[in-house]
Every structure is written in C-alpha cells, then in structure tokens.
Design a binder for this molecule. Structure first.
Ligand code: HEC
Ligand code: HEC
Length: 244
C-alpha cells in the first residue's frame, strides 16, 4: 500500500494545527464572553473579591483608561493638580468610600457634568473674589488648615482661622465641623493632607480665594456598561493595592 508522500503529511499536519488554533480561539472567545457576562451580573462590590474577574476587568480597563481617562487623571492614574483631577490610586475619596459601586456611579454620570444623575450639589465658593472674606482672613484660614494637618503653622493666626472657618465663612456647612468633608456635597476631607488642587500655601489660598469647580464627564452612553464596570473594578483594585 502506498504511504502518504512527505508533502501530503505536511498538509495533514498543517490542517490539524489550524483546527487546534481555531478550537483554542473559539474557547478563548467563549471564556471571554462568559467572564464579561459574570462581570456585569455580579453585584458591583462583590466583583472585587473574585480574582479572575479582577484580572479580566483590569486587562480590559487598562487600555480604556489610557484612551479615555489618562488625559486628565494622568497615565499613572495619579491625577493632575493643575486641573483638579484627583489621584485615583490613593484611598482618599471625595464621592463615597471608594467601593466599586461608588466609583462606578461617578464614572457613569460624572461630576457637574450636566447629566441629571451626576454628582452636582454644590461647589467651592470663591470667598475672596466674591468679597465674602478678606485676603487677611484667608491667610488665617490657610494657617488653620496647616494646623489641622499637623504641618508647621503660625498658631495665633490658626486660632483666628478656626473662628473664620466656623464663623463668617461657615466652611463647616460643607466640609463639616471636624473638617473631614462630606461626600454628599462633594466637599473633600481637609484633614488628611491629600489635596486635589495642591496643598502648598499658595494653592490652598487660591482654592479659597477663587473657588473651585471641578468637572468630570459622565461616560454612560459613551462606553458600554461592561467597560464602565471593568474600569470601576480596575480603579478599585489599584487603590487597594500596596504597590502604589
Ligand atoms: C476632562 C477631564 C476628565 C476626564 C477625561 C476624566 N475625569 Fe475623572 N475626574 C475629573 C475631575 C476634575 C474630577 C474631580 C471633580 C471634583 O471632585 O470636583 C474627577 C473625578 C473622578 C472620580 C471621583 C474621585 C473621588 O475622589 O471620588 C473618579 C472615580 C474618576 N474621576 C474616574 C474617571 C475615569 C474612570 C475616567 C475615564 C473613563 C475619567 N475619570 C475621565 C476629570 C476627568
Ligand atoms: C458650599 C459648600 C462649601 C463651602 C461653604 C466651603 N467649601 Fe471648600 N470645597 C467645597 C467643594 C464642593 C470642594 C471641591 C471642589 C472641586 O473639587 O471642584 C471644596 C474644595 C475645597 C478645597 C480644595 C481641597 C483640595 O483637595 O484641593 C479647600 C482647600 C477648601 N475647599 C477649603 C474651604 C474653606 C477653608 C472653606 C471656608 C472658608 C470652604 N472650603 C467652604 C465646598 C465648600
């Protein structure tokens, strides 16, 4: 009986390889679809405790972050003080406590984005520009902020600054009496020495004199719900990681 010629055997081997590659590709696609489905159907906060979902979400979110978020939050996710885009790798959160659910909500609807469900309760008033505080009063409040962050300060100015904080300026209305902030108002904690707009005396002074009005776009409709979930799981994992 004639055996297949060498060229014939090569063809059979090549065809087998193609079949195996197709099967592997199909399996991978199916596995991907299955992970994507689980990512969306698992409750947001529970997704963070499934390592396979976190790996899958991170692989999907990394390029999305570079494409859609890095321009403001930086390629390393560490924020940009000049435009008030916060560091997303630390554990200081303005809106909520940094759970996947909180992060996802912010990505979906944005902040002062003009979207109905976006975070938009108030903003940081321009106390100096609007004549509500004098430059000297602002100097004193800045010394008070340094004091409550355990940084070098002028203590008599800080005492006067405290009276301004809870007196004519009512900073406590939004930032709370203990200055630890309020997620509902989007007023940051002023005691953790983490600053969206910079913590040097000039930046603090500018925040109070000129006010702040940070805008974060909402992504609902621009990204798919699965992509938004992936970003939220990825950012949450980065913020919890010790490697930051
Ligand atoms: C045009 C600039 C811009 C882009 C693009 C942008 N952000 Fe933001 N983002 C901001 C600003 C500014 C804030 C802070 C707003 C404030 O608190 O006043 C913010 C806040 C956030 C917060 C809330 C942080 C906290 O402390 O609660 C999250 C989460 C976030 N951004 C994620 C993203 C993700 C994910 C993307 C990409 C899909 C993105 N951002 C794209 C500007 C941007
Ligand atoms: C009406 C509510 C409101 C009042 C009153 C208010 N703030 Fe704010 N403040 C905010 C909000 C909201 C932000 C965040 C602004 C943003 O990110 O766009 C903020 C931001 C700041 C920041 C910047 C923080 C950072 O991380 O860079 C400082 C500093 C600050 N406030 C100090 C004060 C002081 C001092 C007073 C009183 C003189 C005061 N605020 C009164 C709402 C308020």
């Amino acid at each position: 009986m004639a055996t297949a010629r060498p060229a014939g055997r090569l063809w059979i081997a090549a065809a087998l390889l193609v079949l195996i590659a197709l099967a592997a590709g199909g399996w991978r696609l199916e596995r991907r679809a299955e992970l994507a489905r689980r990512l969306l159907t698992t409750p947001a906060d529970a997704a963070a405790s499934h390592p396979d979902l976190v790996r899958f979400a991170s692989a999907e979110a990394r390029p999305l972050f570079q494409h859609d978020c890095a321009a403001c939050h930086g390629r390393d996710m560490k924020g940009n003080k000049a435009i008030g885009a916060p560091d997303l790798t630390d554990r200081a959160w303005v809106y909520g406590k940094g759970s996947v659910f909180d992060i996802e909500r912010t990505i979906l609807y944005g902040i002062r984005s003009g979207q109905k469900r976006g975070h938009d309760v108030t903003e940081m008033p321009a106390f100096g520009e609007r004549g509500m505080l004098t430059p000297a009063q602002i100097d004193d409040v800045v010394q008070y902020l340094l004091a409550i962050n355990h940084r070098p300060h002028d203590s008599s100015a800080a005492l006067r600054g405290h009276d301004v904080f809870v007196g004519p300026a009512s900073c406590n209305d939004c930032h709370a009496f203990d200055a630890k902030g309020d997620a509902y108002y989007g007023a940051p904690d002023l005691t953790d020495n983490v600053w969206i707009y910079g913590g040097d005396t000039q930046s603090l002074w500018n925040s109070i004199y000129y006010g702040r009005h940070g805008v974060m776009p909402g992504w609902r409709g621009k990204l798919s719900l699965e992509q938004i979930r992936a970003l939220a799981v990825y950012i949450h994992a980065r913020s919890m990681s010790k490697a930051n």
